[in-house]
Design a protein around this ligand. Structure first.
Ligand code: SF4
Length: 269
């Protein structure tokens, strides 16, 4: 697997693979959705390889729900990393197992959320998901993504009918989004701020992110340290402020209209 894993060299598959790829937490169970997850953002696997599953993450990485709480429990983290290792070490094998698992009766007519955390970190991985969507037309898939350029190139020209997505603000490609055309999600300080902006909250059901009105408001997680960092802003405004600062310091070229900004990989994103 390429680019997003600069330290990933040849590796023999032999790691412990999860028996089931799809899981369901309480929130997802309530709305009948199954979930596939990768570890969030950047890290190091047990074998020493480093990864970045969210190469276009921006300020979201500073307040990432999936880098907090239960996601950090060793067993949970190990499980998510095992998912990633399966993908990295044997993409065709992973695709076959995922396709088979989705063919079980329990998955028929269900919704699958692709990525509770993590993103479509390279073209090959996204292409594998597109093949899976085509292979399982009876299952519906949805996702949030900050991989705007990748979706513009690989998905938008001919999307599978059963794949629904929403672009989410807070990433280095925010400048490529057009809220008058694209379905977009933004994190707001609270529900009141969502209503005030005239956006629609997805709080009642995560599926509203792809089935509700196209301007999707998400109330920020009530984690005190994260709320302090957010400082009453929306992800989109915080990211724009950060991006302007980076441009001023001459670290990042300005994106040309209609194209995605280069995906800078930076810990403070
Ligand atoms: S893209 Fe999502 S999972 Fe990745 S760092 Fe941002 S908030 Fe976390």
């Amino acid at each position: 697997m390429p680019a997003s894993h600069p330290d990933t060299g040849p590796h023999a598959a032999g790691d412990v693979r999860p028996r089931r790829l799809l899981t369901q937490n309480r929130e997802m169970k309530a709305i009948g959705v199954w979930n596939w997850t990768l570890p969030a953002w950047a890290g190091r696997l047990a074998d020493g390889r480093t990864y970045n599953t969210c190469p276009s993450a921006g300020i979201c990485a500073r307040v990432c729900y999936a880098r907090n709480g239960t996601y950090l429990w060793p067993a949970v983290r190990a499980r998510h990393q095992a998912n990633l290792m399966f993908v990295l070490d044997d993409l065709p094998g992973w695709e076959a197992v995922m396709t088979a698992e989705l063919g079980r009766r329990a998955a028929q007519g269900r919704w699958i959320r692709i990525h509770d955390s993590g993103d479509f970190f390279c073209d090959e991985y996204l292409a594998a998901w597109l093949r899976i969507c085509h292979a399982r037309p009876e299952v519906r898939f949805y996702c949030y993504t900050k991989e705007v350029d990748r979706f513009r190139r690989l998905v938008e020209p001919d999307p599978p009918a059963n794949l629904f997505w929403v672009y989410s603000y807070g990433g280095t490609q925010d400048g490529a989004l057009d809220p008058t055309v694209d379905r977009v999600a933004d994190v707001f300080p609270d529900e009141a701020a969502i209503s005030e902006a005239g956006w629609a909250s997805q709080e009642a059901s995560d599926l509203l992110a792809v089935l509700g009105p196209p301007l999707v408001g998400i109330p920020a997680n009530r984690i005190p340290a994260f709320l302090r960092r957010l400082a009453g802003r929306r992800f989109s405004t915080w990211q724009a402020e950060t991006q302007r600062g980076v441009h001023r310091r001459g670290r990042l070229p300005r994106p040309t209209p209609g194209t995605a900004a280069p995906a800078a990989r930076r810990p403070t994103a």
